[in-house]
Write a protein that binds this ligand. Sequence first.
Ligand code: SAM
Length: 279
Amino acid sequence: MSGLPPRFEYKISLGQNFLFDEGLLNRLVEASGVREGDRVLEIGAGRGDLTLALASRGALVTAVEIDERLIPVLNERLRDMSNVDIVAGDIMALDMKALMGHGEPCQVVANLPYYLTTPILLRLLKGNLPIESLNVMVQREAAERLLAGPGSRDYGPLAVLAAYRGKPDVAFEVPAHYFTPPPKVDSVFIAMPFYEIKPNIPHDEGLFFRVVQSAFAMRRKTLANNLAAAFSLSRTLAVEYLDRAGLPESIRGERTTLEEYVALADILAETLGLESPLS
Ligand code: SAM
């Protein structure tokens, strides 16, 4: 009994690759460190098997699913679970803070729809959300972009923002045959506890995000050139800011560390603040 409507057609466009193996689902919950009473946001509930595994641990689960066909399936399969709240909708359009219970610490656990991995992760990493840990199944190349260090080909905004928020790690790899239908890519389950107190804190977080994003806007350009373009600065001024952050003129975004991005954003915050006619 699949619990799915007869002749259910998986929508590849929605990243529907479901997990049915109970042993694997329990391993995902275990690796996420979810305990009784924890608040959990699950993104993309599908047929609800991961939801069920989480709820069986006594977690308070809010499970979001976009596919209207699956909402009656979820309601039926989880009807005996008073600790589950099913929300029909698009995770990119919903208010994440409200889904997380307005400020209570929350764990995010998801077998993500792969077509949305990067936008979802960026939203979770950039939003000022009460996340305690982020535990997600992603395609291998996304895992590499999350875990990359400066100087590596995969280093970019995702890696900088992940290092800013916490410590991502590969919990384990999951072969394609565990999924129905099997995806064409390799999958990795990432467990990432968020820092309670971040070791690097910029004065202006929004500006820090802009600096990081702009550093990788044109990969073949230097950080000075990308910065000048993004903030409408002369190249000379951009080089001067780099110098004040202790960075050489020739440095590129992919070689700049988190600490250096924070230092650079702080110099920009200070200078732009001073230059503002209203300040
Ligand atoms: N959690 C289930 C499991 O592990 O078997 C399903 C995981 S499946 C990889 C991803 C799920 O995300 C699908 O059910 C899909 O319909 C849903 N989904 C896709 N885009 C979504 C969006 N924008 N918002 C919410 N759910 C979405």
